[in-house]
Ligand binder design. Structure first.
Ligand SMILES: [Zn+2]
Length: 480
C-alpha cells in the first residue's frame, strides 16, 4: 500500500512524499517525483487522534431524544430508552451537575448505555479518533451495568477503536452512607471483570472530608498496583483558595508506596481537571513541577477545558450582589501549554463529556478542542499549533500508556496498541494507524446555490484544526 504525494508533519510543507506501508508499518518514505505534484490535491498524513479522558456512560444525556428513536428501533420497548429531558441544567452549578447525573444513572438501561456509547464511539471514529480511555461508573447504583455496556462496545469496535476501559468511582468510597458499598462494588468488578479493565479511576474531591479524600487516593494507588492497572484521578476540581490542593498528596503517596519500584513501567498516572493548581503562585508551581520531574513518576495531566470553562469561576450567587466582580472571573482550567513549555510536565487535552450537565456543549471533536486551545491559551504560533495537535494525538496517547512504552507488550493480541514510535513525526518503522486528511480541488456549496470555488489546500496542522468534521475529508488509515 502506498500514499502518494503526502504532506508530512515536521517537513517542509512544500515537499511531497510517497509513503509505503506493510503490515501496519511505514516501511519506506521517498521524496515524491516533482512532476506528480500537480496531478491530485495532496493529502496530509498525521498521527491519529485520541480521547485520553471521555465518559462513555453519560454521553448525550441531554440529547438522547429517546422519544424519537428511528424506525429501526420501532419494535423496541421504549422503557429501555429512558427520558432525561427533565435533567437539563437550570443553574449550571457543579452541585446540580453532580445531582442530575446521579439521578440520570438511576434510569440507565443496558440498551440505552449501548446506544449512547455507540454513538459516541462511532462519531469519534468519524472525527479521526482511534483510541480512547473510556470512563464508566461502578457503584451501588450502577453495579456493573455501565461496565458491561463498555465491554460490549469494546468488542463491537475491536480493531477499529482501542477502547481502554476505566472502572471509575465518581461517588465517594470512604465517606457517606454508601461509601463502603461503593468500594465493595468496585472491588468486585475488578475481581470479576479484570481482563477487561485497564484503568482504575476515582474522584477524591467528592469525599466528605480531607481525611476521606486521602484514604481514597491511598486505596486507589494500592489497588491499581495490586491489579496492575493505570491510575486516573479526577482531582482538585475547584477554585477555592481555602482548600488545599491534593495533587501534592498524590505525589507524596505515590512515592511513599514506591510506585516506580512496584508498578509495571507501562502503567501511567493521570491527573484530570486540577483547576485548583491554577491558583498556585509561580514559585509554588515551579517547586511542584520540579518535584514531579525529580520523582520520575509517569504522571500526566489532562486539561479538560470544555467542562472547566462551563463549571469553574462562576459568580458566588445569583442574582449577583452589588459588589460582584463577576466580569473578572477566573476561567479555571489548567494552562496546559505553559505546563509543557515552561514546566516540562507531561500534559494533554481531552473533551471529558459530550452532551451532559457537566458539559452541555460541543461535539466531542478533538480537533475542535485543539482549536479552542488557541484562544484559551492565547497560543497562535506554528509551534503552538503543533503542540495543541500533539495534545489531542501523540501526547494524549502517551498519557494513557499507548505508544512507546506499550510497544513490547508481549502477547498483546490487540494490534491497535502496537505503536512503537508515537511521535508527531512520521518515520520509517512507525507502526499503527494514521490520520489521512484529504485535500479537495474545489469547495462546492449546496447544489442549489450553484457555487464552486477552488479549494484552499491544507498543508499543516494549523489548517486542519479549524475543519468541521466531514466524513470524506478525514479518514483513519490502516494497512495490512
Ligand atoms: Zn471526567
Amino acid at each position: 500500500m502506498k500514499i502518494k504525494n503526502a504532506i508530512l508533519p515536521g517537513t517542509d510543507p512544500r515537499s511531497r512524499w510517497d509513503v509505503h506501508f506493510e503490515s501496519n508499518t511505514i516501511t519506506r518514505i521517498d521524496p515524491a517525483a516533482a512532476t506528480n505534484y500537480d496531478s491530485d490535491p495532496s493529502p496530509l498524513l498525521l498521527p491519529p487522534l485520541c480521547h485520553p479522558h471521555i465518559h462513555l456512560d453519560k454521553a448525550y444525556l441531554l440529547t438522547c431524544n429517546s422519544q424519537h428513536l428511528p424506525s429501526t428501533h420501532a419494535g423496541e420497548d421504549q422503557s429501555k430508552h429512558p427520558d432525561y429531558s427533565d435533567l437539563t441544567p437550570q443553574d449550571g452549578s457543579f452541585a446540580e451537575a453532580l445531582k442530575f447525573t446521579s439521578l440520570a444513572k438511576q434510569r440507565y438501561t443496558a440498551e440505552d448505555l449501548y446506544l449512547r456509547g455507540a454513538q459516541l464511539l462511532a462519531t469519534s471514529l468519524q472525527q479521526g479518533v482511534s483510541s480512547c480511555r473510556a470512563f464508566v461508573e461502578v457503584d451501588h447504583v450502577t453495579g456493573q451495568l455501565c461496565l458491561q455496556a463498555a465491554i460490549r462496545l469494546k468488542e463491537c469496535f475491536h480493531g477499529k477503536m482501542k477502547v481502554q476501559i476505566c472502572a471509575f468511582a465518581q461517588e465517594p468510597i470512604f465517606s457517606t452512607e454508601h461509601g463502603e458499598e461503593n468500594r465493595k462494588v468496585l472491588q468486585h468488578a475488578l475481581d470479576e471483570c479484570g481482563d477487561h479493565i485497564e484503568v482504575l479511576g476515582t474522584t477524591p474531591y467528592v469525599e466528605k472530608s480531607m481525611e476521606a479524600s486521602r484514604r481514597n487516593i491511598e486505596w486507589a494507588i494500592e489497588t491499581a498496583l495490586m491489579y496492575s492497572l493505570h491510575l486516573d484521578f479526577h482531582l482538585d476540581y475547584n477554585l477555592d483558595e481555602s482548600q488545599r490542593p491534593l495533587a501534592p498528596d498524590v505525589l507524596r503517596l505515590l512515592q511513599g508506596k514506591k510506585w516506580n519500584e512496584r508498578a509495571d513501567p507501562r502503567k501511567t498516572i493521570v491527573l484530570g481537571h486540577c483547576s485548583r493548581l491554577t491558583l498556585l503562585g509561580d514559585m509554588e508551581m515551579a517547586v511542584f513541577a520540579l518535584a514531579i520531574r525529580n520523582s520520575g513518576l509517569p504522571i500526566h495531566f489532562v486539561g479538560l477545558p470544555t467542562s472547566d470553562l462551563f463549571m469553574m469561576g462562576r459568580p458566588p450567587q445569583s442574582p449577583l450582589p452589588a459588589n460582584s466582580k463577576s466580569a473578572n472571573r477566573l476561567r479555571g482550567t489548567l494552562q496546559v501549554l505553559d505546563m509543557i513549555k515552561e514546566r516540562q510536565l507531561n500534559c494533554c487535552l481531552s473533551v471529558n463529556n459530550v452532551g451532559n450537565a457537566f458539559t452541555p456543549w460541543g461535539t466531542g471533536d478533538p480537533l475542535a478542542l485543539a482549536s479552542l486551545g488557541v484562544g484559551i491559551y492565547q497560543a497562535g504560533t506554528d509551534e503552538d499549533a503543533n503542540l495543541l495537535f500533539e495534545c489531542v494525538s501523540s501526547r494524549a496517547r502517551r498519557a494513557i500508556g499507548l505508544g512507546t512504552s506499550s510497544a513490547l507488550h508481549a502477547g498483546d493480541s490487540d494490534a491497535m496498541q502496537l505503536d512503537d514510535d508515537d511521535t508527531t513525526e512520521l518515520k520509517e518503522g512507525r507502526k499503527g494507524e494514521l490520520l489521512l486528511i484529504k485535500n479537495k480541488e474545489f469547495v462546492i456549496c449546496p447544489g442549489h446555490l450553484g457555487i464552486k470555488v477552488p479549494a484552499r489546500q491544507r498543508i499543516s496542522v494549523r489548517d486542519v484544526v479549524w475543519d468541521p468534521p466531514q466524513d470524506d475529508l478525514r479518514q483513519i488509515l490502516r494497512s495490512g
